[in-house]
Design a protein around this ligand. Structure first.
Ligand code: NAD
Length: 256
């Protein structure tokens, strides 16, 4: 379905980003990966799906590196048809003790990076009259939780950015939508499970159950594969007129 198209997925060396990159590659899209840590295994996994793969290590907190990445993607692959703004970090603390540098980093990586990548991707998508921008928000883009001020502010912000991007391009073939996962057992959440297990002297399994029990009636983690298939739907012809939605895949979290 996506043969000949190119998808750039930020923060795709791990977790949800890698899951989405694999799902898009299975549909034939060439992939530009981004993120930190081990690069070889994610690159090999995408190449193994029979598509072209490239990697750029831009730090998504730095607008000049984002600009380099967008130029690199265009020169390597011709054009970015699908942009998935996924890179994100978390820090947990009450507002009065929230470190200012963590606030700045979360707003830069989880919100401003999507603005920069989007503004740089749009002209080529508009010229081609086809494009898909998919913002990975969160259930925390729709509801709040204590001790996550920066994250919740950034994720509500990205839901707003999604709506404006969709509206400004509503008469064209360029759509923009957000995905709002509940808990997904990636390194980002594993850190929160580990912290809870240590703080309460409980097993990892018990900490996972507690985390799910507080928020998700389904008592199940959403998987990167499931989120990848939602991204594929947004890129499909059936997604042509889906514009500006914030689609939660969260085991019932925000239905309560
Ligand atoms: P993860 O830690 O597994 O992956 C994060 C990715 O972002 C990695 O590839 C990492 O290298 C990259 N990254 C981090 N800082 C970066 C930077 N400055 N520049 C470039 N890349 C950077 O986390 P994940 O759970 O897969 O999270 C991916 C997205 O999904 C995030 O936006 C997160 O907020 C969102 N999300 C996660 C969950 C969850 O339960 N895991 C739920 C809702 C939303």
């Amino acid at each position: 379905m996506l043969k000949g198209k190119t998808a750039l997925v930020t923060g795709s060396t791990s977790g949800i980003g890698l899951g989405i990159a694999k799902s898009l590659a299975r549909q034939g899209a060439n992939i530009v990966l981004n993120g930190f840590g081990d690069i070889d295994a994610p690159k090999a996994a995408i190449a193994g799906l029979g598509v072209k793969v490239a990697y750029h290590g831009a730090d998504m907190s730095k607008p000049s590196e984002i600009a380099d990445m967008m130029a690199f993607a265009a020169s390597e692959m011709g054009r970015v048809d699908i942009l998935v703004n996924n890179a994100g970090i978390q820090h947990v603390a009450r507002i009065e003790s929230f470190p200012v540098d963590k606030w700045d980093a979360i707003i830069a990586i989880n919100l401003s990076s999507a603005f920069h990548a989007t503004r740089l991707a749009l002209p080529a998508m508009q010229a081609a009259n086809w494009g898909r921008i998919i913002n990975v928000a969160s259930a925390h883009g729709l509801v709040g939780s204590p001790e996550k001020s920066a994250y919740v502010a950034a994720k509500h912000g990205i839901v707003g950015l999604t709506k404006v991007t969709a509206l400004e391009n509503a008469t064209s073939g360029v759509t923009c939508n957000a995905i709002c996962p509940g808990w997904v057992l990636t390194p980002l959440v594993q850190k929160q499970v580990d912290a809870r297990a240590v703080a309460q002297g409980i097993s990892n399994e018990e900490a996972q159950k507690q985390l799910l029990g507080e928020k998700e009636p389904s008592m199940q983690f959403t998987t990167p594969e499931e989120l990848g298939e939602l991204a594929v739907f947004f890129c499909s012809p059936a997604g042509n007129n889906v514009r500006g939605v914030a689609w939660n895949m969260d085991g019932g979290w925000v239905a309560q």
